[in-house]
Design a binder for this molecule. Structure first.
Ligand SMILES: *Cc1c(COP(=O)(O)O)cnc(C)c1O
Length: 365
């Protein structure tokens, strides 16, 4: 047994790419029994009437059959809900992470690069690496996390990226970039620009209406932050010429029967989710005010379901650990990027969870 294990270890060393072996696996911290404010999940349980409809639907599915490879019914519902016209293409992913992967795989010609902003969503950089795309990260402005236009336009000129990802609102900073600046980037980019609207349910603006006006603009969304992170359903809308190519490398049954049906059922109950999003936005306003009263806390404005906070110098780690001790899990960003020194990210929870967080925080000062 021991020698077989050693032999497979040697085999792994010989066969697996060096860059993959050098990575550490994406770490998800244990959270059993904790108040979970680390991962931008919707804190509300599924409404009763939805659970009832859903159970009925699930019982009727034929699990011995492969799912609809095009998720046609769901596609029609999404087109209606998001206002995606028939002149545009629509592609589903097993979460938007899979869509990032499909885009990167399709565009990974030798020497091609993927550009995004830092601090930003870490999956862009990670997936670029997996797929052999050169990654270029351009720092945001330190003062307000806005786009650094001279630096971005310069990087676009120099690297000619095949793909640019911009999250709108941005994670982990929570802000919306200026629309005119984003449009300027779309026009300056020699490659594709994907506006990642994962937090659209909580934001006041969207790029969806610009689709079709630019040959290189695509919009990506997900049901994850909408309240269905467990389903793994993301989608990408944009010019058919690109979507049709990407569809060729999509694994044919990437959305399983249950996810398709559950998402469809959820869309039929869209007003319930809209109400949850409204509650979360109201809680965000309240939580932002409450956090700003804590000693040394700077709270950044957010259009997402989380708040970025900067603590007094050297306090982020202590506060993160103290909260963990008190049973509240948030995200420590300090140490992940120079612009995030002393920073923490807190997902907006239910009013009760937010109160518990505040009580725990007050206990630390
Ligand atoms: C959470 C998040 C996603 C969601 O990814 P899924 O795979 O759809 O869960 C995408 N983009 C950003 C910027 C995010 O923060």
């Amino acid at each position: 047994m021991a020698s077989s294990r050693q032999a497979s270890q040697e085999l792994a060393t010989r066969l697996v790419r060096d860059d993959i072996r050098a990575l550490s696996a994406y770490h998800v911290p244990p959270a059993t029994g904790m108040i979970k404010l680390d991962a931008m999940e919707n804190p509300y349980p599924l409404p009763e009437e939805l659970v009832r409809d859903w159970s009925r639907l699930a019982a009727r599915q034929q699990f011995n059959r492969y799912p609809d490879p095009h998720a046609s019914e769901l596609a029609a519902a999404i087109r209606g809900q998001a206002g995606i016209g028939d002149d545009l293409g629509l592609l589903f992913g097993n979460g938007s992470d899979e869509i990032i992967q499909m885009l990167a795989l399709a565009l990974a010609r030798p020497g091609a690069s993927l550009l995004s902003v830092e601090p930003g969503f870490v999956m862009y950089r990670m997936i670029a690496g997996f797929c052999g795309l050169d990654y270029q990260g351009v720092s945001l402005r330190a003062s307000d996390f806005a786009l650094d236009m001279p630096a971005l336009l310069d990087a676009i000129q120099r690297h000619r990226p095949a793909l640019i990802f911009l999250a709108y609102p941005n994670n982990p900073t929570g802000n919306l970039f200026a629309e005119t600046e984003l449009l300027q980037i779309v026009q300056a980019a020699p490659g594709l620009v994907v506006v990642d609207e994962a937090y659209e349910p909580f934001a006041s603006r969207t790029f969806m209406p610009f689709l079709g006006q630019f040959p290189n603009l695509l919009v990506m969304r997900t049901l994850s932050k909408f309240g269905l992170a467990g389903l793994r359903v993301g989608y990408l809308a944009g010019p058919r010429s690109f979507i049709d190519e990407l569809d060729k490398l999509r694994l044919p049954y990437n959305l399983n029967v249950l996810s398709q049906q559950a998402a469809l059922c959820a869309l039929r109950h869209a007003p319930l989710f809209a109400e949850q999003a409204r509650l979360i936005r109201a809680s965000r306003t309240q939580l932002q005010r409450d956090l700003a009263t804590l000693p040394g806390f700077q709270v950044f404005a957010s259009e997402a379901n989380f708040l970025l906070c900067r603590t007094a110098p050297g306090q982020a780690e202590v506060i993160f650990d103290g909260l963990l001790e008190a049973g509240v899990l948030i995200k420590k960003l300090h140490g992940s990027h120079p612009l995030l020194t002393d920073c923490l990210r807190i997902t907006v929870g239910t009013p009760q969870e937010n109160q518990a967080l505040l009580a725990a925080l007050q206990g630390l000062f």
